[in-house]
Ligand binder design. Sequence first.
Ligand code: CAA
Length: 288
Amino acid sequence: MDIKTFGVVGAGQMGNGIAQVAAMSGLEVIMSDIKTEFIQRGLENIKKNLRRSVDKAKMTDQEMDAVLKRIKTTVDIKEMSAADFVIEAATEHESIKFQIFKDLDQICAHPVILATNTSSIPIGRIAAQTKRPEKIIGMHFMNPVPVMKLVEVIRGLATSDDTFKTTRDLVVKFGKTPAQANDYPGFIVNRILMPMINEAVFCLYHGVGTREDIDTVMTLGANHPMGPLALADLIGLDTCLAIMDTLSHGFKDSKYRPCPLLRKYVEAGRLGRKTGQGFYKYRATDLS
Ligand code: CAA
């Protein structure tokens, strides 16, 4: 199927980044969310990113306008009927994602592939909500989406070769590199990354080091671009906890036990950059 119009359900931190890279690749984009204010926030973030590229002379004003013109927005998911490929990038709650897939299965024509940006929910469980399990696939972008080069492409048990190939080709069109993963809890990236972040939280919890020392150890001692606690704040502590819970329930192995301090922060609403406080505090100008 020739993909001209790309649908993104969810205008949050991942959704707006995905909409931006899709529009930059030349596709028409429909970005939906449940509230106008979420759409506005998503669009503002895209504009801010594009403006930064113009200011750095990586893009002209005309190119920026053309990209923005390709992004249509809506609060009505039914408008996804005009899309040739749809990715869901809503919050990481199983019930929300399941409902979106049930809706999309009704709204979109049968040949349309329905991808999910889930970081932890099994693709097979999402596919089971639809009558097109062969067209369901994981398309897992990394945060911040415009910068990070990887997209993990996850095949469910029923995902067809055609669905996989179309999705992989789309990743390449977006200027990203695909890596294939099979459908096991956490896939590859989060199976490796999250236990490291969780262990950093345990180091803080046990008083092995301060948050600054823990992050310095990993930036200067292991050459990571940012420390694990700062990275957790960027990803969102609620997302980190949801992924650890998925690993823990999925493998029933105590090595994936989420650190109690991580849960405590989430329960207190300290979710990281998006709420202005996680392991660190952020000023309004840092938030994006
Ligand atoms: N959105 C868009 N662009 C951004 C950005 C954002 N939020 N943050 C930084 N950038 C851009 C900057 O504009 C800059 O662009 P140019 O090269 O064009 O100038 C570039 O990224 C580098 O930014 P900075 O110089 O400001 O800062 P930096 O060099 O420290 O890089 C970083 C910032 C890219 C976030 C870097 O620290 C990094 O790579 N951190 C690790 C990120 C990571 O591991 N992400 C994966 C998380 S796991 C995940 O997402 C999966 C999951 O399911 C949880």
